[in-house]
Structures are given as structure tokens and as C-alpha cells.
Ligand binder design. Sequence first.
Ligand code: 6PG
Length: 237
Amino acid sequence: MNPGRRTIVADAAALAREGADRVAGACRWAIEERGRCSLALAGGTTPRAVYGRLTEARYDSLPWDRIEVYFGDERWVPGDHPDSNFRMAREALLEPRRLGPEQVFPMPTGGADRERAADEYASLLPERIDVILLGVGEDGHTASLFPGSDAAREEVRRVVAVCGPKPPPWRLTITPPVIRAGRRVIVFASGRGKADAVARALEGPFDPPAVPAQLAREGEWLLDEAAADRLRRRGDE
Ligand code: 6PG
């Protein structure tokens, strides 16, 4: 993998197409290497557009039965709630691709004990996730690791409960060690609103607790022109 690799495409539609190709290629790479692929999905509208593209016939040949689906974060709502990342992924990708409960591991949200749910999920996460997908917030958050939060500094637990500024506030999220251990980390960012966060994440002073998306700085970044607008260096590293 080319650390810090960045790919800039024209617009959001091109990003969804390129993103689907990149995710499919990464899953195929993991399956060829190890026979299976652990794939952690992100929430948000940018990742969702990529998932929709993955349902196209051109990806039918991907060994979908070899892919285990996890989640990088989840809102603390029931799995059928409109704000649920699991519901979004189920509708956009999991149901169309007929991925069954034996290969999909949603975060256990909506119950009474968030910390217990976080520890429960941490225990079933692979030691190293093969492919981690991430979005980026305008404030520089990724997954549900928000700037200045304790979770963005967490170095022991692999999943924690957070109360963040992006509604709905309560969430579960993977932590920095999990992102750093990802074999391939693919970040999607689209739109001018993300340009400042992308520039700080890729080129700003390295301070991940302040800019959690920097945790993926050495990953593969897929950007549209608008989101890349503030970058000084536009080519692959
Ligand atoms: C979440 C996401 C979050 C998201 C970014 C980008 O559950 O909210 O995991 O990290 O990926 O906020 O979201 P958009 O693509 O919708 O801007």
C-alpha cells in the first residue's frame, strides 16, 4: 500500500465510482492474501454513495461470501432507526448483496449499558481489520472520534462510548489503536465543506487528538476536487 496515497477525482459521483473500485480491490486483495476479508464500514452520506455503487453488476464477481462486515462507529439508536449506520448499510449494500447475519456484525446499540456494549463489540473485532472505511467531518472527526475528546486519545480500549457534537450525540466508536492497526484504511471526503478538514488532516501539524482524521494520514484518501481544494500537494505521496 502506498502510505498517504491520495486520489483526486472531479466530483461526488466520480468519488462514489472510484471509491467502489478501491473498496472492491482492497477486499479482493485481502481475500487473496488471507482467504477472507474483514471490512469495517463508515457512516455518512459520502460512504453511502460508495456502497450504492458496490451493488452494481460489475462487482458481482467479488467473493462477497468471504467478506465479514463490521462497523467503525454506530449511533446509539436501534438498528432500524433512520439514524442507524447499520440500517443505512443494510439498505445500501448488505441487503442488495444478500450478506447474511453470519457475516455481518453490527455494533450492539440501543440497549441500557453503553460501556458494556462497547467492550462486547471490542471482543469480537479482529485483532487487525483488513479494510477500514472512514469518512471525515468538517471538524476533522473520523468514525465518532471527535476533536479534543477522550476517545480520540484512547490507547487501551478498542471500542468506546462517546457523546459527540454530531447528532445523534451518543455513539460507539473504534479507537485510534484500531485505526492504526487497519491493514488498509480508505478515507472518503467530498465537497468544499471538507476542504479545511482534509488539509489539516493531511498537511497540518500532526496532532490527532485535535484532528482525529490524522489517524488515517498514512491511509488512502479519495477526494473530489472540492474537498482537495486546500491541499498544497495534490499528487500521490
Ligand atoms: C457517522 C460517521 C461519520 C461520517 C462523517 C462524514 O456515523 O456520522 O461515521 O464519521 O463518516 O461525519 O459524514 P458525511 O459523509 O455525511 O459528511
